[in-house]
Design a protein around this ligand. Structure first.
Ligand code: SF4
Length: 240
């Protein structure tokens, strides 16, 4: 899998949708490792996946997209998971907030959140994924309508990697059950009503009667930071 191509390399003809999260991770590790990574934003899905990889006796690089605007609790969660699971953390370079203010003006997230996410998340992720052929992400179908068609595995033209979603068919309850049964460290902001957690300026707590990601970019029609939209938009386009 070392050669990068414009079209997706062929995968074995397997029923990926029928695989459990553990089976999919184990298969991905066997097929792609060492050119396989896990991305973490230190939300509850990160806790599940980090534990699951360790529980399977596997190791893989953990890519952190630190926008420099995370909550203190997210950094504390990262530190707890890194220490407990001895994670090898990959941290792509991201412009400092001061650099962004100088180049784009103050508080870009208030004026053009799509551009801010592009600078602080999408571009760094494109660079971070260049050594890999596959990327494991924690997105779930029930998080929002924009994620409802997420397959267990798909090709990304933008990143030139396979995106693997072991938790695609998990719901929020199942995520919490896994964390509680396995006593995995998790982001304490979830216990304070933040069902989805991103950067401080763009995150508020979410009520039980709202969609899980309603607290992200609240008050705007923005639903995604953009790192998943090359594939989610493609699916939306082809299914409408
Ligand atoms: S979530 Fe908000 S602050 Fe973070 S990168 Fe996107 S727009 Fe910027």
């Amino acid at each position: 899998m070392a050669v990068r191509t414009a079209s997706p390399p062929q995968l074995p003809d397997l029923d990926y949708e029928a695989m459990t999260a553990e089976e999919l991770i184990a298969w991905a590790h066997q097929f792609f490792w060492p050119r396989l990574c896990l991305t973490c934003s230190w939300q509850k899905q990160s806790s599940v996946l980090v534990h699951m990889v360790a529980d399977l006796g596997l190791r893989m690089d953990t890519v952190e997209l630190d926008t420099h605007l995370f909550f203190r609790e997210s950094y504390d969660t990262r530190d707890a998971l890194v220490e407990r699971y001895q994670l090898k953390l990959i941290q792509p370079e991201i412009p400092t907030i001061a650099e962004q203010h100088r180049a784009e003006g103050a508080n870009l997230w208030e004026r053009d959140p799509d551009r801010c996410c592009h600078i602080r998340k999408v571009e760094p992720l494109v660079r971070a994924l260049s050594p890999y052929d596959a990327w494991i992400s924690g997105i779930r179908r029930d998080q929002s309508p924009s994620r409802s068609e997420t397959p267990k595995i798909e090709w990304s033209d933008r990143y030139q990697v396979f995106k693997i979603h072991p938790l695609a068919d998990w719901d929020e309850k199942r995520v919490w059950a896994y964390i509680e049964v396995n006593e995995v460290p998790h982001n304490p902001l979830h216990d304070a009503g933040y069902r989805s957690i991103g950067c401080i300026p763009c995150t508020r707590p979410t009520r039980e009667d709202e969609e899980e990601r309603a607290g992200r970019w609240a008050g705007s029609d923005k639903l995604e930071c953009g790192i998943h939209t090359d594939t989610t938009l493609e699916r939306t386009t082809t299914t409408t």
